[in-house]
Design a protein around this ligand. Structure first.
Ligand SMILES: Cc1ncc(COP(=O)(O)O)c(C=O)c1O
Ligand SMILES: N[C@@H](CCOP(=O)(O)O)C(=O)O
Length: 474
C-alpha cells in the first residue's frame, strides 16, 4: 500500500516511511492511496477474534512493508492484558438498559485512550529503527494526554528522543505531573507560553523546515501520524462486535473530540465496511467542530478564543485530522484540499454550504453536539448515581451528547477517553469525592518537576532541540 499527501498527491512511500516521517513535505497529511474494505462475510469472520488478531486483520491491508509474522509479533507485544488491564483490552460496559455503552479505552499505562495506539507506535518505532539502523527525534504537541502516553511508550527506547510541547498552565495537575515528573535522558518536556494549537503549529513549523527536519531526523507521534489513526480504528471494530448485533445491524458511536483523530479513526472503520450508523462529534466549549457540522463553515478559532475548560484535553481550536476528512469529502482532490488549507492558514473560513462537498459531509454519517462545564458536572453526577459508574469530564461530554442523539433501537457507544483520576478537581466538584487512582500514581503531584519553559517561537524551539542533540549524526 502506497501513501499520498492530502495536499499534493506526491507519493510518500509505504507505511514505515509515513510512520517515521510524520507530516508530508508539502505540509499535508499522509493518506493511503485507497481504503480497503471488508465484505459482510469477512466481517462475520472477524466477529469473534481476540484483540491482537482483530488488530492484525484491520491494520495489515495498510501495512505492506512489515512482514506478516513481524506485524503479528508487534501486535502481540502491544495488546497484552498486563498492559491494558484485561484480556478484552477494550471492555464494553452497558449503562443500565439505556442503550448507551461505554467503550473502555483508558486502562493502559497513562490512563487515556492515547495508549491504545501509542503503545503500538512505541514497539513499531523500535522495530523499524532497529531494522534500518536509524534513530529518530519525536516532536509532539499535547493538550495533556498525548504527551504522557508518548513518553510512557518511548521510555528507555535507545533510538528515540521525545521533545514534547505542552501549553503552560492549561492541563490538569495530574496531567502535568505525569509528564513533568519524568527525569529520563531521552525525554524533554517543554512548556510553551500559549495554547495547544500554538504547540501544534510549532510542530508543523519545525516540520516545514526541510533542512532542519532532515538534519535532526524529526518524527511525529500526534495523530498527524497515520500509524496513530490506523491503530485507533481497531477498537471501533472491537466495540461493535462486543454489542453482538445481528449481521449488518447499525451501531452509533459518540466521540469526545478535539484534534479529530479519534473520530476520524471511526470514520475509517465505517469506510472499511463496519456498520457504523452515525458518528457523533462531542465538543466542549471550544466548539469549532460543532460549528462546522451544524453550519457547514470550518473557521478555526484563534488562540485568544480558545477557552480553558474542565475537559482541557479538548481545548483545541484547529483540528489537525479535519484535513483528512475534507480530503475524503473532496474525493481525494488534493488540489482542492491545498486551496482550502491556504484559507485555513490565513485564518479565513472554509465555507462548504453551497458546494457538492457539503452534500458529501451530510451523507457521511457525522453529527455534532457540545457541552459546558455545568453539563459536564451534571453528567458525571448522573452517570455515577444512575449507573454506579464514575466517568471523567471528557467522557462526560461524550455521554451527554451521545444521549441527545440516541436513536430508538440503535445502540450508542460512547468512547471513554480518560479515567477520572486524571481530572480529580472536576470529578470532586461533581460528586464530592476523590476518584480512585492506581497505586503507581500515589503522590505524583508532589514529585520534582523537570521541564523547560519556551516562548511560542519556532526558532527558539529549533535552537533548544539543536542544543540538546549537539552533534547529531545517524
Ligand atoms: C481525554 C481526551 N478526550 C478526547 C480527546 C480528543 O480526541 P481527538 O483529539 O482525537 O479528537 C483528547 C485529546 O485528543 C483527550 O485526551
Ligand atoms: N488531546 C490531545 C491533543 C493531541 O491529540 P493527538 O491525538 O493529535 O495527539 C492531547 O491530550 O494531547
Amino acid at each position: 500500500m502506497q501513501y499520498v499527501s492530502t495536499r499534493g498527491h506526491q507519493p510518500l512511500g509505504t507505511f514505515t516511511d509515513v510512520l517515521l516521517s510524520g507530516l508530508a513535505p508539502d505540509g499535508g497529511l499522509a493518506m493511503p492511496e485507497r481504503i480497503s474494505t471488508f465484505s459482510a462475510a469477512e466481517l462475520e469472520r472477524l466477529r469473534e477474534l481476540p484483540y491482537v488478531e482483530l488488530a492484525y486483520e484491520v491494520m495489515h491491508p495498510f501495512i505492506s512493508d512489515i512482514p506478516e509474522d513481524d506485524l503479528r509479533e508487534l501486535l502481540r507485544r502491544t495488546y497484552r492484558a498486563e498492559v491494558f488491564g484485561s484480556e478484552d483490552i477494550t471492555p464494553l460496559t452497558a449503562l443500565g438498559d439505556s442503550g448507551l455503552y461505554l467503550l473502555e479505552l483508558s486502562n493502559g499505562p497513562s490512563l487515556a485512550f492515547k495508549d491504545m495506539a501509542m503503545q503500538f507506535l512505541g514497539h513499531a518505532f523500535e522495530y523499524v529503527l532497529e531494522r534500518e539502523d536509524r534513530r529518530v527525534n519525536i516532536l509532539g504537541a499535547t493538550s495533556g494526554d498525548t504527551g504522557s502516553a508518548a513518553e510512557y511508550a518511548m521510555l528507555g527506547k535507545e533510538r528515540v528522543n521525545v521533545f514534547m510541547l505542552s501549553p503552560q498552565g492549561r492541563m490538569s495537575r495530574f496531567q502535568q505531573a505525569q509528564m513533568y515528573s519524568l527525569d529520563e535522558p531521552n525525554i524533554f518536556n517543554i512548556a510553551v507560553a500559549g495554547v495547544f494549537d500554538d504547540c501544534q503549529d510549532l510542530v508543523k513549523a519545525v516540520n516545514a523546515d526541510a533542512e532542519f527536519k532532515a538534519r535532526y531526523d524529526i518524527g511525529a507521534v500526534n495523530s498527524i501520524n497515520w500509524g496513530r489513526v490506523l491503530a485507533q480504528a481497531v477498537y471501533y471494530f472491537k466495540g461493535y462486535f462486543a454489542l453482538n448485533l445481528p449481521a449488518g445491524a447499525e451501531a452509533d458511536f459518540c466521540v469526545p473530540s478535539g484534534n479529530f483523530g479519534n473520530v476520524f479513526a471511526g470514520y475509517l472503520a465505517r469506510e472499511m465496511g463496519l456498520p457504523v450508523g452515525r458518528l457523533i462529534v462531542a465538543s466542549n466549549e471550544n466548539s469549532v467542530l460543532h460549528e462546522f457540522f451544524s453550519g457547514g463553515v470550518y473557521h478555526v478559532w484563534p488562540a485568544e478564543r480558545v477557552a480553558v475548560t474542565s475537559s482541557p484535553s479538548m481545548d483545541i481550536g484547529k483540528a489537525s485530522n479535519f484535513e483528512r476528512f475534507l480530503y475524503l469529502m473532496a474525493d481525494a482532490d488534493a488540489g482542492q484540499v491545498g486551496t482550502w488549507w491556504e484559507e485555513v492558514a490565513a485564518g479565513r473560513p472554509v465555507d462548504l454550504r453551497e458546494s457538492a462537498h457539503w452534500a458529501a459531509v451530510q451523507a457521511s454519517g457525522f453529527a455534532a453536539g457540545r457541552s459546558s462545564h455545568a453539563d459536564r458536572l451534571a453528567t458525571i453526577r448522573r452517570v455515577d448515581t444512575d449507573f454506579g459508574r464514575l466517568i471523567d469530564p471528557h467522557t462526560a461530554d461524550g455521554v451527554l451528547v451521545g444521549e441527545s442523539f440516541k436513536r430508538p433501537g440503535v445502540p450508542m457507544v460512547c468512547l471513554e477517553t480518560a479515567l477520572p483520576a486524571k481530572f480529580a478537581e472536576t470529578v470532586r466538584e461533581a460528586v464530592g469525592r476523590e476518584p480512585a487512582r492506581p497505586a503507581r500514581f500515589a503522590g505524583i503531584e508532589e514529585r520534582p518537576r523537570h521541564f523547560t519553559e519556551l516562548p511560542n517561537d519556532a526558532e527558539a524551539l529549533k535552537a533548544f532541540i539543536a542544543e540538546k542533540l549537539g552533534e547529531w549524526a545517524q
